[in-house]
Design a protein around this ligand. Structure first.
Ligand code: NDP
Length: 309
């Protein structure tokens, strides 16, 4: 039997409908949540991400600002900008698009964001709260993964979860969230021995690696839920043929658009072995943006002392 597709766009739409209600309620109380998106430099992927975040905030009727300091900005200049956004009453959420240019001390910049406006959940205070299971802002991609699992009614308590990847942005926080849901969690990385055998124990397998179609049949326990976080671009016919057993439609996409998106999981293996899986595109990606919106609205409620925040 083919695996169920966990449709991120559909879940995003459900959450968006709930958030529209919350924004309408806040506006009735005179509050318009505000998001500032800071984009330093001209990284094309970052430009696309920031555009989609600003668009999402406009769709929800939030106040938004896109700020684009020069790619030569110094740490001190960005600290000054963050200080002014911390003081700006219209702004409830501050998003610093990563990566910052190499001359900038990213950790210092992230830790200068007011934790109450840290809607990406990257401030050390929020990361600490996440580890301790205390209220705070949770990074958006891991929060989105939990929404997918919960709204799809995937049992978490007592489940065996394996997370491949230990980044601060995805791997570690999603492992913490799964642990708080009472899963038994194993975190794997580039030095894990016999990774396929470890992964094959998972009822819930999260792949956040950044390597196209790295997770293949031998990693997947039949019936497992597979969450594919990776976003990788294939740019040659050879790469496309290596990943897809039946590449015709993907080769057309390559010819039209110049690249084909693929996750960290071999999609045809996931479809035939897993019980459920998130596709790429259209799985985890849409959740990341909507969870940023959710965090911004939550920040507005909390900062402006609206009940339920
Ligand atoms: P990082 O590069 O920060 O981390 C990658 C992790 O994968 C590291 O922990 C690394 O291990 C591990 N890894 C790399 N190679 C191997 C290997 N051969 N075997 C086992 N583990 C390995 O990536 P991110 O966490 O930031 O992102 C991961 C992927 O998710 C990327 O494709 C990124 O584009 C995507 N992403 C998608 C988002 C979305 O909205 N859908 C949002 C954020 C990221 P080690 O620590 O040992 O080096």
């Amino acid at each position: 039997m083919l695996a169920t597709i966990l449709d991120g766009n559909k879940i995003r739409d459900e959450i968006q409908a709930e958030l529209l209600q919350q924004v309408a309620d806040l506006k009735r109380r005179g509050v318009t949540p505000g998001l500032a998106a800071v984009l330093v430099g001209d990284n094309p992927a970052s430009q696309i991400y920031v555009r989609s975040k600003v668009q999402a905030s406009e769709t929800l009727g939030l106040y938004s600002q896109k700020i684009e300091p020069s790619k030569n900005s110094t740490t001190e200049e960005l600290l000054g900008l963050v200080h002014s956004l911390n003081q700006d009453e219209r702004i409830d959420g501050i998003l610093i698009q990563l990566p910052l240019p190499p001359q900038v001390d990213s950790r210092r910049v992230l830790n200068t964001v007011d934790p109450a406006k840290d809607v990406d959940g990257f401030h050390s205070v929020n990361l600490g709260n996440l580890v301790a299971g205390r209220p705070g802002f949770v990074p958006c991609t891991p929060a989105g993964i939990l929404e997918i699992l919960k709204r799809s009614k995937i049992p978490l308590s007592g489940a065996r979860a394996v997370v491949i990847g230990r980044s601060d942005i995805v791997g570690k926080p999603v492992a913490m969230l799964l642990l708080h849901e009472h899963a038994t969690v194993t975190i794997c990385h580039s030095r894990t021995r016999d990774l396929p055998a470890v992964a094959r124990q998972a009822d819930i397998l999260v792949a956040a690696i950044g390597k196209a179609a790295f997770v293949t049949a031998e990693f997947i326990k039949p019936g497992a839920t597979v969450i594919d976080v990776g976003i990788n671009r294939l740019t040659t016919q050879e790469e496309v043929r290596n990943v897809f057993h039946d590449p015709a439609s993907r080769l057309e996409t390559l010819a039209k658009r110049g690249s084909v998106l693929v996750g960290d999981v071999q999609p045809e293996d996931a479809r035939s072995i897993a019980g459920a899986f998130t596709p790429v595109p259209g799985g985890v990606g849409p959740l990341t943006v909507i969870m940023l919106m959710s965090n911004t609205i939550k920040a507005a409620r909390q900062r402006r002392a609206v009940a339920g925040g």
